[in-house]
Design a protein around this ligand. Structure first.
Ligand SMILES: *Cc1c(COP(=O)(O)O)cnc(C)c1O
Length: 430
């Protein structure tokens, strides 16, 4: 399919990046289950290794099945390029890698996926990087946290676990003024509900494990490049603006222009970190992405129905779903995620920690799992699981207090989900 910005989302989620297989005419994208690719001749091989010609060398770097998914995601997000990798957490490291050096920091939202809080507060220290966590609703705090060593600002569009909505435009104004890139994790919203690049994000990261695949089968991640950041405007990003010794002094920003970040992520990131997505995983995610808009519409509709029912139930203290008029975040929906506030939220159960544990054990349709973005409805008690490593203050700040459970509403019949919650709440609060 020729690219056309005129095509609608539903068309692009099926066709972008794909075409009938040139060798066989196969209509569905084949799984190119190969490690290596035969060079035409020695000159061709040399040109590929010098980055003078783009082509396939070895599947740690590039693979035709994965390439279709990369182009599909880049198109849906409105980016110039994307790089897929082995998980969402791999995508986060891959996104920071070209930007950071020892002694540098990332300014991150306090409201993040629990695993990201752990990755940023603990593991990245081993690279000599650090994170400063601030409340993204406090714009002065974000501005103040950015210092001379800040190389990125990181938040989620619809944030875990409460489904809070980030004012991406306001944060982007701050990062633009400071000359640092804004990275938005768009996992919970998906490009169907939110387009962070159109709101000023530099890079978008995904755990494709979640809604993009949509059925809980494979892990994967992606980094989408807006192509809009000038890496040479300061001396802060030498990996992209300065000569790269491993490629005879090539400068990525000068040579690849808006695609500098994407090329760096493949030629250096995947080459040396090796966090590669395999073609089978890309295949499953391509299958899922074809129905993304249909699923997201139902996810949002069900989330609204279930959240409204919960909010009116006397056994429930409060519900955080931003789609409810009672949410302080509902005013941000038109600007940030006009097609809906996603399907991820928390609710507080009267009876606290004990009642939450009983609730998750009493549900029949909802599965108690550490996942989100499945066709199936999922529930987790964050304080005893995903947010267990955090201090009580961090749990509270992250919206994962002990009396709270997080749900990821699936695409089953909403009345069945409500009946299941009803019987479980009765047992939990008996
Ligand atoms: C799951 C998730 C991640 C991590 O992704 P994995 O594929 O599990 O590594 C990061 N951010 C968000 C918002 C997630 O939901």
């Amino acid at each position: 399919m020729s690219d056309g910005p005129s095509y609608g989302f539903d068309t692009l989620q099926i066709h972008a990046g794909a075409r009938p297989d040139p060798a066989t005419g196969a209509r569905q994208t084949p799984i190119y289950q190969t490690t290596a690719y035969v060079f035409r001749d020695a000159e061709h091989a040399a040109a590929l290794f010098n980055l003078q010609e783009v082509g396939y060398i070895y599947s740690r770097l590039t693979n035709p099945t994965v390439a279709v998914l990369q182009e599909r995601i880049a198109t849906l997000e409105g980016g110039v390029g994307a790089v897929c990798c082995s998980s969402g957490h791999a995508a986060q490291i891959m996104a920071l890698f070209p930007l950071m050096q020892p002694g540098c920091n990332v300014v991150a939202s306090t409201r993040l996926y629990g695993g990201t809080v752990t990755q940023f507060s603990q593991t990245i220290k081993r690279f000599g990087w650090s994170a400063k966590f601030v409340d993204f609703d406090d714009l002065d705090a974000v501005r103040d946290a950015i210092d001379d060593n800040t190389r990125a600002v990181f938040g989620e569009s619809i944030a875990n676990p409460g489904g809070y909505i980030t004012d991406i435009r306001a944060i982007a104004d701050i990062t633009d003024a400071a000359g640092v890139p804004l990275i938005i994790d768009n996992t919970s919203a998906t490009p169907y509900l939110c387009n962070p690049i159109s709101l000023g994000a530099t890079l978008v990261v995904h755990s494709t494990t979640k809604y993009l695949t949509g059925n809980g089968t494979v892990t994967g991640g992606a980094i989408v490049d807006s192509g809009q950041f000038d890496w040479s405007a300061s001396d802060k990003f030498p990996s992209l603006s300065q000569p790269e010794p491993a490629y005879h002094g090539l400068k990525f920003a000068e040579t690849f222009g808006p695609l500098a970040f994407t090329f760096h992520s493949i030629a250096i990131g995947l080459r040396d970190l090796g966090m590669t997505m395999n073609p089978q995983a890309a295949h499953y995610t391509l299958m899922g992405i074809e129905t993304l808009s249909l699923r997201m519409e139902r996810h949002v509709e069900n989330a609204m129905t279930v959240a409204t029912w919960l909010e009116n139930d006397p056994r429930v203290d409060y519900v955080t779903y931003a789609g409810l008029a009672s949410s302080p975040y509902s005013a941000r929906i038109p600007a940030v995620c006009p097609k809906g506030a996603g399907a991820l939220f928390t609710f507080a159960v009267k009876g606290g920690y004990e009642a939450c544990v009983k609730l998750v054990d009493s549900l029949e349709i909802f599965s108690h799992v550490a996942n989100l973005g499945d066709t199936r409805s999922l529930i987790i008690h964050s304080a005893s699981t995903t947010h267990r490593q955090l201090t009580p203050e961090q749990q509270e700040a992250a919206g994962a207090a002990p009396n709270v459970v997080r749900v990821s509403i699936g695409i089953e019949n909403a009345e069945d989900l409500i009946a299941d919650l009803d019987q479980a709440l009765t047992r939990a609060t008996a």
